[in-house]
Design a binder for this molecule. Structure first.
Ligand SMILES: Cc1cc2nc3c(=O)[nH]c(=O)nc-3n(C[C@H](O)[C@H](O)[C@H](O)COP(=O)(O)OP(=O)(O)OC[C@H]3O[C@@H](n4cnc5c(N)ncnc54)[C@H](O)[C@@H]3O)c2cc1C
Length: 125
């Protein structure tokens, strides 16, 4: 290993691997990633793999928004399959009014210029 590197990324989960990928993409070559166990063996290993744009926080929404577009193109860019399945999201609420939808998710959606529709139970029948 080089004695000096510009960046040391600690942890090879989704975040660490993502940071290293984006640094490399920007042309940074003197970077290392240190993982104490196996790559992606932390929380990333347990994740169900849901990447939804439907998220109730603006900053996190921006990250998810980027991720959805990113996963769409990374397969073509790297030749590495990431098993990306693009589909919509459905949130089911059991108690009216759907507080989180109205106060949190909907404003966040609007600011990201995404479309969300509130459906009544009768719509599903
Ligand atoms: C059951 C479950 C389901 C989930 N489902 C989803 C989902 O559907 N969608 C979603 O977006 N998110 C989901 N999440 C959340 C998501 O998994 C985490 O937010 C994400 O994986 C965190 O990534 P990370 O890289 O920060 O952490 P991690 O994946 O935990 O990576 C950290 C890495 O750092 C290493 N490490 C720690 N300390 C050191 C050290 N000192 N030196 C070297 N290496 C070190 C660890 O070994 C590990 O590999 C889920 C989480 C769980 C637990």
């Amino acid at each position: 290993m080089e004695r000096f590197v510009r960046v040391v990324v600690i942890g090879g989960g989704n975040m660490g691997a993502g940071v290293l990928y984006h640094l490399a993409r920007e042309g940074w070559t003197d970077c290392v990633l240190i993982e104490k166990a196996e790559l992606t063996s932390g929380a990333t290993w347990h994740a169900a793999g849901l990447v939804s744009r439907m998220i109730g926080a603006h900053a996190l929404g921006l990250i998810h928004d980027y991720a959805v577009d990113f996963y769409k193109r990374i397969e073509a860019e790297t030749g590495q399959s990431v098993s990306w399945h693009n589909c919509g999201s459905l949130r089911v609420g059991s108690t009216p009014p759907l507080y989180t939808v109205d106060t949190s998710i909907r404003p966040s959606f609007h600011s990201l210029r995404l479309t969300a529709h509130l459906r009544e139970r009768t719509d599903a029948d």
